[in-house]
Ligand binder design. Structure first.
Ligand code: GLV
Ligand code: MN
Ligand code: MN
Length: 405
């Protein structure tokens, strides 16, 4: 073992700078890194290069778009410690959401190798596919396929906004559940940028997650009658935009009343003409709450108000659930292991993560790194290099406890 500590402070900004330009929109500084597109392919090539240079003996694609770099004893031995996150972003998202967890995992391994530590358990770093669901609509697509939470035939038929199917984007149908691979994993730890201001307010560089709020996505189709904006009497209209607008306000109110969160951040209008009453408005409701009962009541409340309004507007409403993620509680032992390192604060989160999907099958934990703006899913998302270096150190400490001799 060397007494010369690994200079995380020097390495973090260096590695970060290598990926920073990939998929960044020069105008806004936001990232356009959608699953199975060139920027993500480029990030995956970079990931392979770093992992191989740091002694990964295998890079395993799991047939679902996820990529795992393996270190230490052969992964077939089982009881592996898996670290990692995702490379993809929301449209014009920040650079830290996802990639920070992968870069930190690679550096934690590099740090332990530098210190001469040998792994006694297999250790993997995973880059999950299409976590945000920005291209095919289903969040945590890769981890849901791997764990069997998403049927591969249904997934294969999902299409993006250009009509390209997932099977086409992947070059074949996804493999679906991989129980033998999942069975080899003894623990999963995802480091992630914090997506709020709790750590800023606490003055803490890192925090550990207690659990994830249940959440889901619902597609709302409001159908009316296209007609002339100038000649159609106001009383004769069947305008789905009115039902839609009312529903957005109702969702906000229903969420506030329950201490929950509701957002309509995406909308499509047909035919989308200034001088025509729309034929259809399609919006997507993202709803999240502290417990499953509250979430159900929230969505039911929005649905009831929207349906009532539709009957008054002469429009039709169809509600389709696109995804639902149940509440998640992370592994007590892993949370404690992080906390033992000097009272790291414990926070719940309302953001979804692949860790939430894995937690149903494998002891799982998350470590958050302070975000000075508290903003996420936006180019304003941020993290200080010093805090990122602290995150790497904490991750390396946990990895050493779990897997290093
Ligand atoms: C993922 O970031 C989500 O919570 O939508
Ligand atoms: Mn995200
Ligand atoms: Mn994320």
């Amino acid at each position: 073992m060397t007494s010369n500590p690994f200079p995380v402070h020097t390495w973090f900004p260096r590695l970060w700078a290598e990926i920073a330009p990939i998929g960044r929109d020069p105008g806004t500084g936001g990232y356009l890194r959608y699953g199975f597109t060139d920027p993500v392919r480029e990030l995956e090539r970079w990931f392979r290069g770093v992992a191989e240079a740091d002694g990964a003996h295998a890079i395993e694609p799991d047939g679902n778009g996820n990529l795992i770099a393996w270190y230490g004893p052969p992964p077939e031995r089982g009881d592996a410690v898996l670290l990692g996150s995702h490379f993809d972003s929301v449209p014009y998202g920040g650079g830290y959401d996802g990639p920070l967890g992968i870069v930190s995992a690679l550096l934690a391994i590099r740090a332990l190798r530098h210190e001469g530590r040998e792994f006694r358990r297999p250790v993997g770093v995973v880059a999950f596919a299409e976590e945000e669901g920005s291209r095919f609509g289903v969040p945590c697509l890769g981890s849901r396929l791997l764990t069997g939470a998403l049927d591969p035939a249904r997934a294969a038929a999902l299409t993006d906004s250009a009509g390209v199917s997932l099977a086409e984007a992947m070059g074949g149908r996804p493999a679906g559940a991989r129980p033998e691979l999942l069975g080899r994993i003894g623990a999963f730890v995802e480091l992630h940028v914090e997506q709020g201001r709790a750590l800023v307010d606490l003055g803490a560089p890192v925090g550990v997650a207690s659990g994830i709020w249940p959440h889901g996505r619902w597609r709302l189709d409001f159908d009316g009658e296209a007609n002339h904006a100038g000649t159609t009497r106001m009383a004769d209209r069947r305008d789905p935009m009115l039902t839609y607008a009312f529903t957005v306000l109702a969702a906000n109110k229903e969420a506030r009343l329950r201490g929950a969160h509701a957002t309509v951040g995406r909308v499509e209008v047909e035919p989308n003409a200034t001088n025509a009453i729309p034929a259809r408005v399609r919006g997507w409701l993202d709803a999240r709450a502290a417990d499953a009962g509250t979430l159900e009541a929230l969505v039911e409340g929005v649905r009831a108000k929207a349906a009532d309004r539709a009957s008054r507007d002469g429009t039709n409403l169809t509600v389709t659930r696109e995804s639902l993620s149940p509440p998640v509680e992370f592994d007590g032992g892993l949370v404690k292991a992080f906390r033992l390192a000097e009272g790291v604060p414990v926070l719940p989160t309302a953001a979804g993560h692949d860790a939430g999907i894995l937690a149903e099958h494998v002891p799982t934990a998350m470590l958050f790194v302070r975000n000075p703006t508290g903003v996420s899913h936006s180019p304003a998302e941020a993290a200080e290099d010093d805090d990122c270096a602290e995150g790497v150190r904490r991750l390396a400490d946990l990895l050493a406890q779990l897997a290093a001799g």
